[in-house]
Design a protein around this ligand. Sequence first.
Ligand code: F6R
Length: 365
Amino acid sequence: DKGNYSHFMAKEIHEQPEVVGRTIAHYVDLANGVVALPDTVNIDFAAIDRLVVVGCGTAFYAGAIAKYWFEQLAGLPVEIDVASEFRYREPPLSGRGLALFISQSGETADTLASLRYTQQGGWPSLAVVNVQTSTIARESTMMAPTLAGPEIGVASTKAFTCQLAVLLALAIHAGRVRGVLSAEREQELVGALVGVPALMNRVLAHETDVEVVARDLTHTTDVLYLGRGLSYPLALEGALKLKELSYIHAEGYAAGELKHGPIALIDETIPVIVIAPRDGVFEKTVSNIQEVAARGGNIILIGDRSAASEVGIAGETAIEMPPVHPVVVPLIYAIPVQLLAYHTARVMGKDVDQPRNLAKSVTVE
Ligand code: F6R
């Protein structure tokens, strides 16, 4: 049932404050402002020295974001791979490791094969899954559920942000048990996580601003999506969403990679979407924006206007975002990224809920 929405995808985007809030409540002791993991997640993060993260598509990008969190908040080295590469590369499973699998459906063939590979190698596994009765949920040693509810639209939206909420809670927990985070810092981070649903609602209230930008994108054939730090995997996700729904060619790049090749593409015809929150790498992203502007590039900035005006680029802000704690940027900035793909495809008359050639659950490799 789509309710009052014209597509499942729109409904699922708008459900995010609710389902992400529900997911957070499953991992956080709200009264004490600390992470409290459910019984299904029974791992001592202080006893491991390596985390290997595996998934496909959007789930892989959630893992790529989690790499930054586990490394920065918990000092835990993370390797991340797409499942189709991991399973055939057969990487050595040495050391005291944990394998982390991310999947909405829990049935993705390559992810399942990767899980079985790590099980055979004797590593414990933790699955972040939305379908709790799925094969991956049953076969993994431990399960961390996302409480997104059924996701019908082929493009993953609410499952992605719920995955991020679970992964951030796990990273904060790991940071505490590994002695990296102080009690004050944990409270600050948990506070930021708990504040996510309200911020998502605030951003959803400005949907019409995103629609205006989307209408411009319908006339283009190529898009570049840039970000740094946590916003780099989100840029990759933004490019994936845009191409799979609108069939516009979109590429995501780390903003710092621009001058190593893709800058050759820049002219006034190619929109360059830059995810530019005020975070630890904001100044660096700003210099990349200036490089694009100097070559006549058509910049579409998704960012915080007050931060942008301090550095003289407020005029480029197409999608204005509220101030956000840097650690939760991917959860909040996922909303305009999803809406941009949705509205672009919708205005172009594409089948948003069932894009051509795609299946919701990829059970064959
Ligand atoms: C993109 C999308 C896909 C899935 C991928 C993994 O919008 O939905 O990239 O994320 O096929 O699927 P799951 O999470 O079911 O393993």
